[in-house]
Design a protein around this ligand. Structure first.
Ligand SMILES: *Cc1c(COP(=O)(O)O)cnc(C)c1O
Ligand code: SF4
Length: 324
């Protein structure tokens, strides 16, 4: 029996679960005509996300985000294994510093689901033993770093004990005043976010605390994400969202404006809309830069300025994200 902790690792189990109360037979629908049953980057989806798909007004968009297709096998010029230059930027096993006075921690290689457009899909990541000690040692010798970003993988997939140890090892460094968490779990595994709530509630007393969620489509937000965000906000967190512009998922004026308004209705401000990183196997999600600029220009005419995300691309070797 499925429960809130169920994850599907077999595509067939996942489709069976969806079809149980779905009128559409997804396996036979056009959207899935070229499903790849044995992808190199393995399939993983949570029951929670499957339930979001069931409730979605636009289920195909959400399915595209997590179902492997044969498109991923296409070799396309300019699409490479390490598109954002993370491997050369790694200062130790788990600290990536590309930008002045800020560092990003690859807290774990584990995620709540596996997104088909992920730029890390070809990385040789392994879970790192002893992240807390490594980060602490690194911060000892980098006292100019004032913002630490916990990323991954998804940092909230760590066990409550490991997550606490990591955060406490950072909190020992007075030079670090801002702690940021990059996570997709509020929409993928809200149950795992809840496990960390005691600690999350305490953090704003020590850090300027920023949670950057990763939501790409309004149908990914529901009453559970609303509850989580409301509790975080009440505890003093700043809530921002970054999404990725994805063909067939959110590449329309209507989908983007709906997403931004729904985020705001849950207390979250749109921060970045990323142009796709050119990882091998994601070219079918590409929206070209001119189309992207035109879309965001239209979105700007529909929303207050504070709800328009910055359209950016990550270019390897640059000292910040690059606005388009
Ligand atoms: C994206 C990123 C950041 C954060 O950049 P912001 O523009 O501050 O959101 C920090 N470090 C690394 C390595 C990054 O890739
Ligand atoms: S949650 Fe983020 S890091 Fe994990 S697979 Fe999805 S896009 Fe990649």
């Amino acid at each position: 029996m499925e429960n809130s902790r169920t994850v599907f690792t077999q595509i067939s189990d996942f489709l069976d679960y969806l079809e149980k109360d779905f009128a559409v037979n997804f396996a036979k629908s056009d959207a899935l005509a070229d499903l790849d049953p044995t992808p190199k980057f393995p399939f993983l989806c949570s029951r929670h996300y499957a339930d979001l798909i069931k409730k979605a007004s636009d289920p195909t968009a959400l399915l595209r985000e997590i179902l492997p297709t044969k498109d991923e096998l296409k070799k396309v010029d300019g699409f490479v294994d390490d598109p954002v230059g993370d491997l050369p930027a790694g200062k130790s096993d788990c600290v990536i510093q590309k930008y002045d006075q800020r560092a990003l921690i690859v807290s774990t290689a584990t995620c709540g689901v596996r997104c088909r457009f992920c730029f890390r899909k070809n990385y040789p990541f392994q879970n790192i033993p002893d992240v807390a000690r490594q980060v602490s040692d690194w911060l000892d010798t980098h006292t100019d770093v004032w913002e630490v970003i916990l990323s991954g993988g998804d940092p909230l997939t760590l066990s409550p004990g490991d997550f606490r140890e990591l955060v406490e090892s950072i909190a020992m460094h007075p030079s670090v005043t801002t702690l940021r968490i990059h996570t997709r779990l509020p929409i993928m595994r809200p149950d795992l976010v809840m496990q960390h709530f005691e600690l999350l509630r305490e953090l704003p007393a020590r850090f300027n605390s920023v949670l950057v969620s990763h939501v790409n489509h309004a149908d990914e937000l529901d009453s559970e994400s609303a509850t989580l965000f409301a509790q975080l906000k009440f505890s003093g967190w700043t809530l921002l969202n970054q999404g990725v512009l994805l063909k067939g998922v959110n590449d329309s004026i209507d989908k983007l404006t709906t997403l931004c308004r729904k985020l705001f209705s849950q207390g979250v401000l749109p921060y970045y809309l990323h142009q796709l990183d050119h990882a091998n196997g994601v070219a079918h999600f590409e929206v070209d830069d001119d189309t992207a600029r035109a879309l965001i220009a239209k979105v700007r005419t529909k929303l207050p300025g504070y709800l328009v995300p910055k359209l950016v691309r990550e270019i390897a070797g640059e000292k910040s994200k690059t606005p388009l």
